[in-house]
Design a binder for this molecule. Sequence first.
Ligand code: ADP
Ligand code: MG
Length: 625
Amino acid sequence: MSSGKINVAVENIFPLIKKFLYSDHEIFLRELVSNATDATLKLKHLSNIGEANVEYGNPQIEIKVDKDNRTLHVIDQGLGMTAEEVNKYINEVAFSGAEEFINQYKDSAKDSGIIGHFGLGFYSAFMVSEKVEIITKSHKDAPAAHWACDGSPEYTLVEHDKTVRGTEIILHIDSDSDEFLEEARIRELLSKYNKFMPIPIKFGTKEQTHEEGEGDDKKEIKEIVDDIINNPNPAWTKKPSDLKDEDYKSFYRELYPMQFEEPLFHIHLNVDYPFALTGILYFPKLNNDLNIQKDRIQLYQNQVFVTDNVEGIVPEFLTMLRGVIDSPDIPLNVSRSYLQADGAVKKISNYITKKVADKLQAIFKNERENLEQKWNDIKMVIEYGMLSEEKFYEKAKKFNLFPTTDGTFLTLDELKEQTKEAQTDKDGKLVQLYASNADEQHAYIQAAKNKGYTVLLLDSPIVGHLLQKLEQEDDKLGFVRVDADHIDKLIAKDEPQLSKLSDEEKETLKPLIENVVPKEQYTVQLEAMDSEAAPFMITQPEFMRRMKEMQQTGGGGMFGGGFPDMYQLVVNVNHPLVSQILETKTKKKQERLIKQSLDLARLSQSLLKGEELTAFIKRSFDMIK
Ligand code: ADP
Ligand code: MG
């Protein structure tokens, strides 16, 4: 038929394409399979509206590797192209698209972390090929066309004897792209980018066994069938009402074959105005580990995988979730900083946040027990959301649960109601007590419970930030860890305990203790407490400890640098042992009593370790023998 020169403005577009984003060469396959899918769906549409006089049938896309001839084939049964159309769409349109794309993004692409590189389209084939051929037969009554181009602007376009409708793209793989002649590599790419595309994709064949017959006649039949690598109808494209819980779970396994743990909840996203978006998000079981997991939310565009980096599209706290988001409305050829400023993207992010809050609210209302059971596995996401998204905070405040050391779960309102009688201090402040570890802080929890107080169990690494926020919002509400002070001071009441020791006696006692106790670590504080309360007790002031913890999980630190660990040694002057220390005449014995009491107090705070613990044990054995 003809040969010609592609209308090139930049003479060296092909070398440019070749070099373009070296690390991303693999996307050529996604582009070709997308084109094949588009061509097939267009044919379907035409035949539906009666404009293509063809049998649509059950078209497939086939990928073939011919290692001996160094070719890779992408074959579709779509609408095909006439020679004129090849001229128009390949020589002019596709080319100008590629050229425009390169001009626009050659500088910005490297640093922007562009999501995918849609737009390069057909010509991305030249990133991995020394020559590309198109053999295509249109559904229209016209002879087939054969286009070939070796990477220079010259192409040939001649007639071909292909009689079946559709298009075959043949890539003659370049010597520096051998990897794309490996079946395993192609399979990997197909399952990465095309796993959920809407037209079945065949890649070779596989053996399948099934059973036939009944009872004794039952036998296994082996047969060779097409190996279809994709699921053309993934769950997120279906209506929520057509899906059962089990369908969501099996889709999760399909998405993350290496995940053995079941998801806790799912959220089906489905909106078409003011932007189109579908998807399913899952709450995975998270532990208190802040490290980012590798199974992440996947972003699709019309069932074509784009990326699993959804930063900027999904609010940060939800990047801990898993699942898929599919939207044709997310601009893909732009940098992330642009993405974050994009109005449409902001709307998408807000919508997702709202959906997640609404879903949790509904679970709270309708199946609270279910929420409570899974609370410890999802609380990090919720706390993070409350801290980072004000709109989410407003909603989540009503269903955010506080686990207690008794195994119950209370909302903030319920907690206030339950504790206001017993736990309001002399200044009218409602004080909530919490522990971070029920075993390590057992003695303190017990002391609080004996007073009829409720003790929460808050062990998430970021909860300190949330407590801070709640306190800032309500100055009549405070949170203190049970070991922050001795029990009478945690919630100060108007009924001071009488001291058994006179002021003079206390003045004698204090230096005695300070001489034995390491000063850099402990400040000694004499308190008149219940005579049943422990004689020596170590506490760590709430403020310093919380600031330190907050600093470890980012933000919140009011002082740069590290915090020293500061403890208080609270000495209960009403305890008989303390009177005994004071009355002991021999200096040595007195010191030994103090040392032993200090070590016991440290032991109950898990602060006695190493050499000092060994010495303590030895000393204790000596005492009882
Ligand atoms: P885009 O897909 O964004 O339009 P491409 O560069 O990928 O850009 O493709 C350019 C055009 O070439 C397509 O719009 C289509 O008209 C035509 N084309 C490409 N591949 C095929 C195919 N397999 N079957 C029919 N037409 C195709
Ligand atoms: Mg395309």
